[in-house]
Design a binder for this molecule. Structure first.
Ligand SMILES: [Zn+2]
Length: 326
């Protein structure tokens, strides 16, 4: 009713100044629906911790160009099973972990690096829950790709002035050495963008590296799973017997790579290792019925994988709750 009366009074004002057609235009464009989700955060408890999934936005992905190891026809067939068609929309999800006085982000979205309108919503999502970038104490990077690290900087400066960035040692040494581009044939852009993002924190002495199987913060175990990138990491977070695993980019497109985990993506530094890592991880996560958080699965990207026999799996989003209490 409020909106309606506002529009009505606007119409009166516009009619008075003789611009009624502009009002008519406003009404017709408002009638065309866009894709807007106001709730860009989803909070849930994990033992004594609070976890918040934060949307950085979504981006369209042309899977005919990006996926390797399956023909466009095979990809279309798998998408059709999930009522999707190419191009598909990929979520960019980041996560906040609140543990005691610490506010820990897992990945930080794409920031300004994908251009206006594509990603970069993490800061709004944080503001919506009353957290400012200065409140963030730690940032855990699953890996150094722009859709996970772009938000580290705003206008070239550290966006999180008080945060320590945790990244695996092999990941940091690979991406902060541009000669690895020539050695491996992996696009130079990734190395340049690593310099512009993680490099800013590294030069300020604010990067802490970890090795495989290292407890990096209370209740947070980091493990390294090479393939997608040389130092891709999982973060296993536990509180009071409850656990969630932040798995990074073992999955880009659930509707294709779960039924057919052998399908790889152009962004994989080592596609064979990425495939092996995905298969091993999915088998383990399904067997243990482990809750996971995946950056590119539909927001909030939190749920379970189930074995469908052989090497096939399916995705089951966490039960949605929107109420007080547990
Ligand atoms: Zn990614």
């Amino acid at each position: 009713m409020k909106l309606r009366s506002f529009l009505a009074s606007t119409a009166v004002v516009l009619a008075l100044v003789g611009t009624a057609p502009a009002f008519a235009e406003t009404v017709s464009s408002a009638a065309i629906a866009g894709y807007v989700q106001v709730a860009d955060h989803y909070t849930f408890p994990l033992g004594d911790m609070k976890i918040v999934a934060l949307s950085d936005g979504t981006v369209p992905q042309d899977l005919h160009q990006l996926l390797t190891g399956a023909s466009p026809e095979e990809v279309d067939g798998l998408l059709a099973r999930s009522f999707q068609s190419n191009p598909v929309e990929a979520s960019i999800n980041a996560y906040l972990i609140e543990e005691g006085d610490r506010r820990i982000l897992v990945d930080v979205g794409s920031g300004q690096l994908f251009g206006p309108g594509n990603g970069g919503k993490l800061f709004d999502s944080l503001a919506a829950i009353g957290v400012s970038p200065g409140d963030i104490t730690d940032i855990l990077l699953t890996h150094i790709h722009t859709d996970h690290t772009g938000g580290l900087v705003l206008d070239g400066k550290a966006a999180f002035p008080n945060a320590i960035v945790h990244v695996s040692a092999p990941e940091l040494s690979f991406f902060l050495d541009a000669s690895n581009s020539e050695k491996t044939g992996y696009a130079r852009q990734y190395f340049d963008e690593a310099e512009q993002t993680v490099g800013v924190y590294e030069r300020a002495g604010k990067v802490k590296t970890f090795q495989d199987n290292e407890t990096i913060l209370p209740g947070i175990l980091a493990t390294i799973h090479p393939g997608h990138t040389p130092g891709s990491a999982f973060f296993t977070v536990t509180s009071k017997g409850e656990t969630i695993v932040f798995v990074g980019d073992i999955l880009h497109v659930a509707s294709v790579q779960l039924p057919q985990p052998s399908v790889t993506i152009l962004y994989d530094v080592d596609p064979d290792a990425a495939e092996a890592t995905r298969k091993a991880a999915l088998a383990d996560l399904a067997r243990t019925r482990q809750l996971i958080a995946a950056p590119h699965l539909p927001f909030p990207g939190v749920g379970y994988v189930r074995s469908e026999g052989g090497e096939s799996y399916s995705w089951h989003p966490v039960e949605y709750r929107n109420r007080a209490g547990r």
